[in-house]
Design a protein around this ligand. Structure first.
Ligand code: HEC
Length: 192
C-alpha cells in the first residue's frame, strides 16, 4: 500500500492536481446528491417496477403459451365453493347429487344417447386433462365427437361464464381422492 500512499501525498503536494481532486470530489458528491434526489428515486423505483412487471408478465405469458395455467384449483376453497353451487344448479340433475352419474351409464340408450357418467373417481372424468373437461363443458360432448353425434348434454358456453366452468371443474376435482387428483394432474401436465 506504499505506492498509492505515495501517489496521494504527491498529488496533495502537487499544486496542479489539487483542483483536479476537488473537481473529482465535487462530481462524486453531486452524483450522490442526484441519486438521493426525490426525482431520481422515483425514476429508480419506476425502473424497478417496470422490470418486475416485465419479469412477471413474461413468466405468465410463457406459462400461458405452454398452456400451464389450469384455472381449476381443487385446493382453492373459494373457487370450490362457487363450483359446488354451479354443480348443484346445472350438473347434478344428470350427473347426480353425489357425482354418481346415471344407472348403467356405460350402456347407450335405444335413442343412441349415453346416460350421464359419474364425475366421481369411479368414472372416467379424471382420465381427461383439464382443458378437455373445460371444452366438453363449454361446447358440449359433441365438440369431441364425430359430426352428427347425439349427446344429452348441452353446451354450457351460453349459460355459464368461463370462470363458472373452471369453478365447477375445481369442485369436481376436489371430490377425488388425492391419488386420483395426482394422476389427473399428471394427465393434464402431459397434455401440454
Ligand atoms: C342433461 C344432462 C346433462 C347435464 C345437465 C350435464 N351433463 Fe355432462 N354429460 C351428460 C352426458 C349424457 C354425458 C356423456 C357424454 C356423451 O353424451 O357422450 C356427459 C359428459 C360430461 C363430461 C365428460 C365426462 C367424461 O367422463 O368423459 C363432462 C366433463 C361433463 N359432462 C361435465 C358436465 C358439467 C360440468 C355439467 C354442469 C355444468 C354437466 N356436465 C351437465 C349429460 C349432462
Amino acid at each position: 500500500m506504499a505506492v498509492p500512499a505515495l501517489i496521494r501525498t504527491a498529488a496533495a503536494r502537487d499544486p496542479i492536481s489539487r483542483p483536479a481532486m476537488q473537481l473529482r470530489r465535487s462530481i462524486v458528491h453531486s452524483r450522490r446528491r442526484l441519486l438521493k434526489s426525490p426525482a431520481m428515486r422515483r425514476n429508480v423505483r419506476l425502473i424497478v417496477a417496470a422490470a418486475a412487471v416485465i419479469a412477471v408478465g413474461g413468466a405468465l405469458t410463457w406459462t400461458w403459451l405452454r398452456g400451464d395455467v389450469s384455472a381449476a384449483d381443487p385446493t382453492d376453497a373459494a373457487q370450490v365453493a362457487r363450483g359446488r353451487a354451479v354443480y348443484a344448479a346445472h350438473c347434478a340433475i344428470c350427473h347426480g347429487a353425489n357425482l354418481e352419474g346415471q344407472p348403467n351409464w356405460q350402456r347407450r340408450r335405444p335413442t343412441g344417447e349415453l346416460p350421464a357418467p359419474p364425475h366421481d373417481a369411479s368414472g372416467h372424468t379424471w382420465h381427461h386433462p383439464d382443458r378437455v373437461l373445460f371444452e366438453i363443458t363449454r361446447n358440449g360432448p359433441g365438440a369431441y365427437a364425430p359430426p352428427g353425434y347425439v349427446s344429452a348434454m348441452p353446451a354450457f358456453g351460453g349459460t355459464l361464464s368461463d370462470d363458472e366452468i373452471w369453478a365447477v371443474l375445481a369442485f369436481i376435482k376436489s371430490t377425488w381422492p388425492p391419488a386420483i387428483q395426482a394422476r389427473q394432474a399428471e394427465i393434464t401436465a402431459r397434455s401440454r
